[in-house]
Design a protein around this ligand. Structure first.
Ligand code: ATP
Ligand code: MG
Length: 645
């Protein structure tokens, strides 16, 4: 019997990495992931952290029956699942009255968005509800298709890639019913509206409107049902994608818009159409250098959809727009090729900085909560050495000498400030920093293999080169004042809300893009710090978006930069396992005649009696205030096996 239990473990691996015999071995770690992946067991724990590998196929593990199975059940008694994490957070909130947050991370295509939807669906189905709560639930659920339509796009790495960061709050009442929600979004990749790399698309909504929009709607918007006709839709040369049905999605999005109370979506669609028309406005250049517009039908529609101004106003607005657009378009044309690269680099810089912050939060909170638990239970332990990436966060965000600070300084400095003077300042200030490198070596020589316009950062996850081209422009994120004025004058109510008149009278210089991002990240960190975290770490099994393929090199890389081995080490350093006395007793009481069928005394004495009977040695376990701590997984293994015999 003992043997058959072992065989099963050989086949499907262990459901918690802390149970691995050789917990420092990356090979063993990946082997365990592989075994489970093969058996369609995509979820595995590291203690209370959930590791998830994208199966790239629909698994029958998200049914209502599955939800029921995880409801109110203890973490370790059922197989690992995103529902277990969801349920655990929910119950902690209700019983301990503490705010909870679930942090989902992983690279593009790893399954973060899908995981977040599963969490939401779990709450929608299992939480109590009454009356208006139904609409709250529906709206929470329906916010997804809408956000995805406007914020997701097909990229090379993911056919439904989220091009923005998302933080969603769900508020529950004292009965545990969801009564409200709030979404914060971060850093939408705006540049995608006007440019897409080869094989990528613009945001879904454009294609959905064109493919699915009703005849009379398209007529009103002046749109044709051919995406190829719109400059903004064909930059990546793949307006149609086999895995995406834009026409069906359109219906889903329309319905979702209605559910979230956006019944009059006319103006929203006007803007979407306007952007497409705007994209098709072409300029010619006269000999004298002045631009002229070569397409007038577009302007006609634009005027009708966006700015129904009187003749005089429209004339003034047109002139203002022309002047502004001339300068910008000219620069844009010249910089088009270089800029597309620079755009990405700046955005990548912000995203990597964000990941750096989240990693720090992860390290701090996992260590902190671990330590707090030992303290609360009166148990001594030895802290583990780990790499604290605070030094990298500081490199980016520190006042006066961080990269963002130096960038802002250059953006504000009148005169000859440029991307290159920014780089020079970085060199001067950060030259000796352990995580910052440029082509200049300390002895005045030049580092090979490094561009003169690049700086390199040693992130916790690896080294990345950033080309400084476009950093200043991107950080300034200037929109011409005249264009802002036109937007303020629009009769489109959404536009007037987006472009506040106060912005025009405000003499204060607006915050730069990087500083805005830094501040919003700081706020996010504050929110997350105030809550008790659960973690889902998503892994992408291959780059081909295919089911059943386990690309070891790719996976090893992710295990490394997600810090999973480190996480496991921390978890194992003290006591691999901890369980509340009543749960431990409940589960194993049948193994000892003194505790079976029930134990009447103090819980701690019952557990003590039980483990002594099982032959636990004193160094193998400790008894805390409310929990038993078990040092080695094999101890618990043996006990689990004894249950099965
Ligand atoms: P990005 O950072 O680009 O937004 P992501 O981590 O949000 O990526 P998802 O969009 O969640 O990635 O997943 C990519 C695709 O992988 C999904 O569209 C789906 O086809 C598949 N997938 C992810 N998770 C699962 C799952 N649990 N079951 C089945 N398929 C999944
Ligand atoms: Mg996503």
């Amino acid at each position: 019997m003992m043997e058959s239990a072992l065989t099963a473990r050989d086949r499907v691996g262990v459901q918690d990495f802390v149970l691995l015999e050789n917990h420092t071995s990356e090979v063993a770690f990946i082997e365990n992931l592989r075994k489970r992946f093969k058996e369609n067991l995509i979820y595995t724990y590291i203690g209370s952290v959930l590791v998830s590998v994208n199966p790239y196929k629909d698994l029958e593990i998200y049914t209502k029956q599955h939800m029921e199975r995880y409801r109110g059940v203890n973490f370790y008694e059922v197989s690992p699942h995103i529902y277990a994490i969801s349920d655990n957070a929910y119950r902690s909130m209700r019983t301990e009255r503490r705010d909870q947050c679930i942090l989902i991370s992983g690279e593009s295509g790893a399954g973060k968005t899908e995981a977040s939807k599963k969490v939401l669906q779990y709450y929608a189905v299992t939480c109590p509800a009454s009356g208006h709560v139904e609409t709250v639930k529906d709206r929470l659920l329906q916010s997804n298709p809408v956000l995805e339509a406007f914020g997701n796009a097909k990229t090379l790495r993911n056919d439904n890639s989220s091009r923005f960061g998302k933080y969603m709050d769900i508020q529950f009442d004292f009965k545990g019913a969801p009564v409200g929600g709030h979404i914060i979004n971060y850093l939408l990749e705006k540049s995608r509206v006007v440019h897409q790399s080869h094989g990528e698309r613009n945001f879904h909504i454009f294609y959905q409107l064109i493919e699915g929009g009703e005849e009379d709607l398209l007529r009103r918007l002046g749109l044709e049902r051919t995406p190829q006709q719109y400059q903004y839709l064909v930059k990546g040369q793949c307006p149609k994608v086999s895995s995406i049905n834009d026409r069906n999605e359109w219906k889903v999005v329309r319905k979702a818009l209605t559910v979230i109370g956006f019944s009059d979506d006319e103006e929203l669609l006007n803007i979407i159409a306007s952007v497409l028309h705007l994209g098709n406005v072409q300029f010619g250049g006269e000999d004298g250098g002045n631009a002229y517009i070569t397409t007038d039908t577009q302007i006609k529609y634009l005027a009708r959809l966006m700015s129904p101004l009187n003749q005089e106003q429209a004339g003034a607005a047109r002139d203002a727009l022309s002047k502004a657009v001339y300068g910008r378009t000219f620069t844009w044309l010249v910089n088009k090729i270089n800029a597309s690269l620079a755009f990405k680099v700046f955005e990548q810089f912000c995203i990597n900085y964000c990941n750096e912050k989240l990693q720090q939060l992860f390290i701090e909170l996992t260590l902190k909560s671990e330590q707090e638990e030992y303290e609360a239970e009166g148990i001594t332990w030895e802290p583990v050495q780990y790499f604290n990436n605070k030094i990298i966060c500081d490199l980016v965000e520190e006042k006066f000498k961080g990269i963002i600070s130096i960038l802002d300084e250059e953006c504000l400095r009148p005169g000859d400030a440029s991307d290159l003077t920014f780089l020079e300042k970085l060199e001067k200030t950060l030259g000796g920093h352990a995580h910052f490198v440029t082509h200049k070596l300390a002895d005045g020589k030049t580092r090979k293999m490094m561009g003169r316009e690049d700086f390199r950062m040693i992130h916790y996850a690896g080294e990345v080169n950033y080309n400084v081209n476009g950093f200043l422009d991107k950080n300034n994120d200037l929109l011409f004042r005249n264009l802002k004025e036109v937007m303020c004058l629009s009769e489109n109510k959404i536009l007037t809300q987006c472009f506040d008149r106060e912005e025009l009278t405000d003499k204060k210089r607006p915050e730069t893009a990087a500083t805005q991002f830094k501040n919003s990240l700081a706020k996010l960190m504050e929110i997350l710090m105030s809550k008790e975290p659960s973690y889902v770490r998503c892994i992408k099994p291959n780059d081909a978006k295919q089911a059943g393929r386990f690309d070891e090199v790719l996976i090893r890389h992710q295990v490394k930069y997600l810090g999973l081995m480190e996480n496991l080490r921390v978890r194992r350093a003290g006591f691999a396992y901890r369980r509340r006395y009543e749960i431990f007793l409940q589960r194993y009481k049948s193994l000892c005649p003194d505790t079976w069928p029930s134990w009447d005394g103090r819980l701690v004495d019952g557990v003590s009696t039980l483990v002594k009977h099982l032959g636990y040695k004193p160094e193998e376990y400790k008894l805390g205030r409310s929990k038993i701590f078990i040092r080695f997984p094999k101890t618990l293994f043996a006990t689990e096996d004894a249950l099965e015999t």
